[in-house]
Ligand binder design. Structure first.
Ligand code: GDG
Length: 487
């Protein structure tokens, strides 16, 4: 059954409003006019068709330089532009707001607080001020979109923990839900946050709150138990606080398996794989694709490559790691430092092991276009995901979907959410353990082909069955259950 049909079956008569900082359509100025682009990303791919089929509203930040020119007086535009089906309501952020809300509080406070990789959160009062301000802006925009009708609101991510309460105060009967895309850590970590009470109270205005894993749900309940006078039920996973019940449930996100699989079979992707084999000229190509983020364990992976080549020099000239790194949040000092360290480390390791033109690491600081990305995924003899902590990690699921030849093997950090589902058919790594990590690389390369294929086939079956549509559908089904319970 189509996701949009599930939505109307589970929540009949409800208007669907999605709130996500990223918008599904971006308008940009070009030399001779305005063009509309669709930003890549799993969420857009999964939810745009749902909204197209069911109607409703997507509330998001108008980030394109021509976005303002195409909206009406209420900051709305119907999308997709060529065949309008639903409303995109744009919220405008000043540079100061964008800085304090997004680069400041979201990514220098909540990001390090939720990922325990020993990067200190930066608690600047002005970040908090802007964060609150922007949550209010979004609440206002969302409320403008809902009249008296029954409404189902789905808030995305750690940008908006305050939003559910702001909406609840104005619309006590709305069905308000949220999905948190990053981990939730142990209560002892969250304890240090000066604004913890407001954040937690905001989140407890949700009827349903989703995380990727049961352990994140559990950590959240333990945090609530410690910080607020509330009733937490660990059997049914609910919190009762000030007359509101919040259900806390796991929904492991995934990717559009069929789309990636079909795309990976295209001729242009096959051409890409042939070209990569020719260009690198070695038997073993390892592939890693990461946003350049300190949680992704990129430096740890380079250390393991160094260790591996040092211990097993017979792989010189016959092994390469292709690391693609899309620049991210570069204005933040911790990210600027990471970028410098990556450059220095790659240079040092490559110089140490160089043989003629061959070097062990080919680092490309850029966002690959989609055909190239799938070319890399399909070519990978080894795909290495070495996150120090990661809510899920979509790259692991994407590479599996693109491995149409079923030849490669996935090396997966135990500290990714994806490990929960895919760990059994991958080679596990602890990115902090450089020696074992290097040994895992060797063992993977030398694993008999039939074993690798067996594992990859199992992984592909898992991701095919548990795809992004299942994630959305399950969320709608759980939201529907809450409605039926309250009737
Ligand atoms: C957060 C959580 C959770 C990366 N480089 C290129 C490129 N990408 C795309 C990948 C993938 C996405 O970016 C990265 O997704 P991840 O899940 O790996 O990581 P985060 O960005 O940290 O996402 C994470 C996710 O939210 C969803 O809930 O899984 O744990 O941290 O889709 O393909 N895409 C292209 N070129 C690149 O060079 N085209």
């Amino acid at each position: 059954m189509e996701t949009s049909e599930i939505l109307s079956r589970e929540l009949p008569g409800y208007k669907f409003v999605l709130v996500a900082n990223r918008e599904p359509y971006v308008h940009l100025k070009t030399g001779n006019g305005i063009k509309c682009t669709i930003p890549a990303g799993g969420l857009t791919v999964a939810l745009d068709p749902v909204l197209q089929a069911s109607g409703g509203t997507w509330v998001g930040w108008g980030s394109g330089n021509a976005d303002k020119e195409v909206v009406d007086e209420n900051d709305r535009i119907m999308v997709p532009p060529e065949d309008p089906k639903y409303t995109l309501k744009r919220v405008w952020l000043s540079e100061e707001q964008e800085h304090g809300f997004y680069l400041g509080f979201a990514n220098q406070v909540l990001w390090p607080l939720c990922h325990v990789v020993f990067t200190k959160p930066v608690f600047k009062p002005q970040y908090w001020k802007k964060y609150k301000e922007v949550n209010k802006l979004y609440a206002k925009a969302t409320l403008e979109e809902i009249g008296d009708e029954k409404v189902f609101i789905w808030v995305q991510d750690y940008h908006f923990p305050l939003l559910p309460k702001l909406i609840r105060d104005a619309r006590p009967n709305a069905l308000i839900t949220q999905f948190w895309h990053i981990p939730w850590s142990l209560p002892g970590i969250f304890r240090i946050c000066p604004y913890k009470k407001e954040i937690l109270e905001g989140m407890l205005a949700n009827d349903l709150l989703g995380f990727h894993l049961p352990s994140y749900c559990n950590n959240f309940l333990r945090t609530i138990e410690r910080e607020l006078e509330s009733k937490c039920d660990f059997d049914q996973m609910t919190v009762d606080y000030k007359g509101q019940r919040t259900w806390v449930k796991p929904f492991p996100i995934s990717v559009d398996y069929d789309h990636i699989n079909d795309f990976a079979m295209k001729d242009e992707v096959l051409e890409e794989t042939k070209k990569l084999r020719e260009d690198y000229g070695c038997d073993y190509i390892a592939v890693s694709v990461d946003r350049l983020d300190y949680t992704k364990g990129i430096l740890e992976k380079f250390s393991a490559i160094d260790f591996f080549i040092t211990r097993y020099p017979e792989y010189k000239s016959n092994f390469v790691l292709m690391q693609a790194g899309a620049p991210s949040r570069t204005e933040i000092p911790a990210y600027a430092k990471l970028n410098n360290m990556i450059d220095e480390t790659v240079k040092k390791i490559n110089e140490k092991h160089r043989v003629g033109n061959w070097v062990p690491i080919d680092f490309q600081r850029k966002k690959l276009d989609y055909t190239r990305l799938l070319g890399y995924y399909r070519t990978a003899d080894l795909c290495i995901v070495s996150s120090l902590e990661d809510g899920m990690n979509l790259v692991a699921k994407e590479v599996v979907s693109a491995q149409v030849d079923e030849k490669g093997i996935l090396l997966l950090s135990e500290f990714c959410g994806a490990y929960h589902e895919l760990g059994e058919n991958s080679v596990s790594i602890n990115p902090y353990d450089v020696e074992r990590f290097a040994e895992a690389i060797k063992a993977s390369l030398e694993m008999p082909q039939h074993e690798k294929t067996g594992k990859m086939r199992n992984l592909r079956r898992q991701v095919r069955e548990n795809n992004i549509y299942k994630w959305v559908n399950n969320f709608f089904i759980e939201a529907g259950k809450l409605i039926r319970q309250s009737e």
